[in-house]
Design a protein around this ligand. Structure first.
Ligand code: NAP
Length: 342
């Protein structure tokens, strides 16, 4: 192995010295060295864009989905979906730490707050995964680098609930920073995990909070959480989505919201996000299915001066904030509990 690096460069197997995220292949072999920790896996949470892509590609067949995930992990030493470019995160127990690691010890239960696209990973068994959800029970191990953020799993919330929330904790944390003093925050994909948290984070901070959902079935949960402006539309159809939002919300044709938050798990929704955004507003792309080239070129092509933000999953304090939202809002916790932890 190459000389130890806190960023994990010593685990990069490519000829070119890439950072682990951009590397084609990582070496996940134990033991942990330096400031690393070896994590015994409990569950992976595949990123929603990656899960959706693998499910579509493999026709929803659980055997084929398991085989595909194992293929990716075995060939790359990490769960870095070559089509979507996205990963996910994991929960597990610390099995061993490197000689320089002081803040973790064997037996600690943690969630990694760093993408699976840069986490050295080895999977022995995926047979417990039925392919129906992005939460993947798995046997194997991962390496946490010295510089990689993590969160300790709290004792008062079920692990599966924590996994669901921590996967998308960056979205509500970022929306809390962006939503104050806006007339309207509009969330596309409002019925999903990050969408629900983004709506809740904007509540009481923007004057109005609106959501675009893909199907009627997502309306009741949002209404129960106190949101009246909920529009059903397919965000891959930009003009149709704008028309549906304008007619439901009753705006004047100059865009619908001054903050648009994209939380969908499919490609092709960049145009709707920009059309829905008012001149001078901000469009925040949390979705990993976003083409940032398309975003920039569509905004330019429409002659629209909107702030374009890439959704990094990391915001200081995001894990505590997202878990705190569930503790403080029983209705939100109920929705997450029913969907992701029962
Ligand atoms: P999720 O729970 O699967 O939610 C996605 C939502 O988008 C679903 O409610 C889905 O509705 C909706 N949707 C799908 N197609 C749509 C369309 N054409 N029009 C309108 N809505 C549509 O996903 P998530 O876990 O919240 O993740 C959302 C996105 O964030 C994903 O792209 C994921 O990769 C990304 N992500 C980013 C980071 C980061 O660090 N930036 C971290 C984690 C996740 P239906 O299910 O009814 O189709």
């Amino acid at each position: 192995m190459k000389p130890y690096s806190p960023y994990g460069l010593h685990r990069v197997l490519d000829a070119v010295e890439a950072l682990p995220q951009q590397a084609e292949r990582l070496d996940p072999s134990p033991p942990p060295v330096g400031g690393e920790a070896l994590i015994e896996l409990d569950r992976l949470n595949l990123d929603a864009a990656s899960f959706h892509q693998i499910r579509e590609e493999q026709g929803g067949d659980p055997d084929r989905m398991r085989t595909r995930v194992l293929e990716v992990v075995r060939s790359r030493g990490k769960m870095h979906n070559p089509v979507t470019g996205s990963g996910g995160m994991l929960i597990g127990s610390v099995a061993q730490v490197g000689e320089r690691r002081r803040d973790l010890a064997a037996g600690d239960r943690i969630a990694t707050l760093v993408s699976l696209t840069l986490t050295p990973l080895s999977i022995e068994d995926l047979s417990g995964w039925d392919g129906a959800s992005e939460q993947v029970p798995a046997r194997g191990h991962a390496i946490l680098f010295e510089t990689s953020p993590f969160a300790r799993l709290p004792g008062d919330l079920p692990d599966r609930l924590c996994l669901a929330v921590l996967d998308v904790a960056g979205a509500p944390a970022q929306v809390r920073r962006l939503a104050p003093d806006r007339d309207r925050t509009l969330v596309i994909g409002a019925g999903g995990k990050s969408g629900l948290l983004a709506m809740a984070a904007a509540h009481g901070r923007s004057r109005h909070v609106a959501g675009i959902v893909h199907h009627d079935r997502d309306i009741p949960a949002l209404r129960d959480l106190g949101f009246d402006e909920v529009v059903v539309a397919d965000a891959r159809d930009p003009v149709g989505t704008l028309a549906a939002a304008e007619s439901a919300i009753g705006t004047d044709g100059a865009g619908v919201a001054d903050l648009v938050v994209n939380c969908v798990n499919v490609p092709g929704t960049e145009g709707a996000s920009i059309l829905l955004c008012r001149e001078g507003g901000t469009a925040y792309f949390f979705s990993m299915a976003t083409s940032f080239t398309a975003v920039a070129l569509i905004a330019e092509g429409l002659g629209k001066d909107v702030g374009l933000m890439i959704g990094s999953g990391y915001v200081p304090g995001h894990a505590d904030l997202a878990l705190g939202m569930l503790r403080e809002d029983p209705a939100l916790r109920r929705v997450f509990q029913q969907r992701y932890a029962s």
